[in-house]
Design a protein around this ligand. Structure first.
Ligand code: QV4
Ligand code: CA
Length: 518
């Protein structure tokens, strides 16, 4: 009888996707978004958790790959060298193992989770040479496929399985190539082998034991779902110093599925969330008004657009690849380089209930676009002449210096992260649009957003779903010491409020929520 009940519960859980082990992000205190602190040093992330992320409602941080990687000097220390591991030692440009541990402990102590970018599909490039040009000086020999500090050797790679001439992936229409050949020349690990599965699981388990809450798994399209299932199945539960007993690591898998390829994101749903790359690409075209698209089209935003089920999706406006022309997405992707439209896109994303949201936090580089391609797409983080990464200085105004962009500190974005926490679990309602580029919608009785992306003013009285009272707009300002530093919105007893948004406002949108009420 008991067994039957258990079975029923399990089937229910699977059917509704609730409580599914690796889909739970374990964010604390009702926090809903995570931020990718791309290329940040562990010491800076630790401070940021304490001084900024926890007080401003961020649920977690995606960190850059912590494993030892090849040191590339031509070009000089590109960011992408970190996607070429040479061992599972935990030392990188972001810091030492001790610093990593300290960061995890300090972030956990303030309820901010750490999610590790796990590069497990491959080791370094076949052309990576031989020697100790690695971030901790571990020896490796790429042409002989020797990585003695793991150890991995020739038999741990897929060469025999791969059938292409070059040994590289040549055709994304052939699923065998995509999974068994080298992604841009990167030595492809044979996850069918027990030794490889064991080493990869050990690597991830070491991090889990240190206290991380989960993983962004890199290049999942290039790994067989059954191999991933086996590896994930061996992962420890999260450290009970910070997480309830029995908690499984949160897994979100990088699969770029824009349609048109035989490998589909859905092959990975069962094991965790999946990156929804259609999200940023389509939102970009709508906000740019390409192909006659308009904001009012967003009325049906979500699964109806061919996106994956909301409970499976990890969404973002841009990521570290497509903000510089790597990965997929294309020209429509909005980034900090176009701050006004970017904030609009982020505002929409954070207000809309679809998916689990990730905020990108970047650094500025010498972008130099020639015929649509950025010649400097390789440039690494702000660094000293010896190649070590610069700390992130915080300015008097609360932004970041030294070319660190810190989108997550832009007050509009930060306040919308808080908005999302406040409206968490509330349905989308009170949708309004002008059939063009002016839209508004609410989240139950807790929040309301109005956006004007037309070339003329918005001037409307709208039903907000909120209780009567005076609210501070959290885009032009916020509530501070019992008053609004920006615009005020007066909601009547009938729940209606008048909105006026000029198309030339610094930010052509307004957002209010129950915590911004005076
Ligand atoms: C070069 C040639 C190849 C040649 C090879 C021979 O271009 O044609 O076969 O040498 O050795 C870098 C260079 C790349 C170079 C390669 C190997 O850019 O030119 O190949 O190294 O030396 C990042 C960067 C890549 C970088 C890689 C490793 O984006 O440019 O390659 O790190 O340093 C697909 C995948 C998806 C992937 C996306 C970028 O399906 O999974 O491409 N996204 C993830 C990460 C991404 C990372 C990787 C995967 C690889 O988000 O940042 O790639 O770990 O869509
Ligand atoms: Ca592979």
């Amino acid at each position: 009888m008991k067994m039957k009940m258990k079975m029923k519960m399990y089937i229910l859980a699977v059917a509704f996707g609730i409580g599914l082990a690796q889909h739970n992000s374990h964010t604390k205190h009702g926090r809903t978004s995570i931020v990718h602190l791309f290329e940040w040093r562990w010491a800076d992330i630790a401070q940021e958790c304490e001084r900024y992320l926890a007080p401003n409602g961020y649920g977690g941080v995606q960190i850059s790959p912590p494993s030892e990687n090849i040191v590339v000097t031509k070009p000089w220390r590109p960011w992408w060298e970190r996607y070429q591991p040479v061992s599972h030692n935990l030392c990188s440009r972001s810091g030492t193992e001790q610093e990593l541990r300290d960061m995890i402990t300090r972030c956990n102590a303030v309820g901010v989770n750490i999610y590790v970018d796990a590069v497990i599909n491959h080791m370094c490039s076949a052309g990576g040479g031989e020697g100790r040009h690695s971030t901790c000086g571990s020896y490796f020999n790429a042409s002989k496929e020797e990585f003695p500090s793991v150890p991995f050797s020739e038999k741990d790679f897929n060469d025999k399985k791969c059938k292409t001439q070059s040994g590289n992936i040549e055709n994304y229409q052939d699923i065998y190539q995509v999974r068994d050949c080298r992604l841009v020349g990167l030595l492809d690990l044979a996850h069918r082998r027990e030794h490889v599965r064991g080493k990869v699981a050990n690597y991830m388990n070491a991090l889990i034991d240190m206290g991380v809450a989960g993983f962004r798994v890199d290049a999942c399209k290039h790994m067989w779902p059954e191999d991933l299932r086996t590896i994930y199945g061996r992962l420890h539960n999260l450290n009970t110093a910070w997480f309830p007993p029995g908690s499984k690591p949160f897994i979100y898998q990088e699969v770029i599925d824009l349609g048109g390829e035989p490998i589909k994101a859905c092959e990975y749903y069962e094991m965790g969330r999946v990156t929804e790359f259609k999200y940023g690409a389509r939102l970009g075209t709508v906000i740019r008004k390409w192909n006659g698209e308009k904001l009012s089209d967003l009325r049906t935003w979500g699964e109806d657009w061919g996106f994956m089920p909301s409970g499976k999706a990890l969404v973002f406006v841009d990521n570290h690849d497509n903000q510089r022309g790597h990965g997929a997405g294309g020209m429509s992707i909005l980034t900090f380089w176009e701050p006004r439209l970017y904030r609009l896109a982020m505002g929409f994303m954070l207000a809309h209930p679809y998916g689990m949201t990730r905020v990108m936090s970047s650094y500025r580089w010498n972008r130099h676009i020639v015929k649509g391609k950025d010649q400097n797409d390789w440039m690494g983080p702000p660094s000293f002449p010896d190649g070590s990464t610069k700390p992130v200085p915080v300015t008097q105004e609360g932004g970041c210096g030294d070319e660190w962009v810190c989108e997550h500190r832009w007050h509009q974005i930060r306040n919308m992260v808080i908005f999302r926490n406040v409206v968490n679990g509330q349905p989308l309602c009170n949708w309004w649009d002008n059939r063009k580029n002016q839209i508004a919608f609410g989240r139950g009785d807790r929040g309301f957003i109005v956006i004007n992306n037309d070339d003329w003013a918005l001037d409307e009285t709208l039903s907000t779903g909120l209780a009567g009272g005076t609210y501070c707009d959290v885009i032009s300002g916020q509530k501070e010491g019992g008053r609004c530093t920006g615009k005020q919105v007066v909601v009547g007893r009938d729940g209606k409020a008048h909105f006026r948004i000029s198309n030339s406002d610094t930010d052509p949108f307004v957002a209010i929520h129950t915590d911004s009420k005076l």
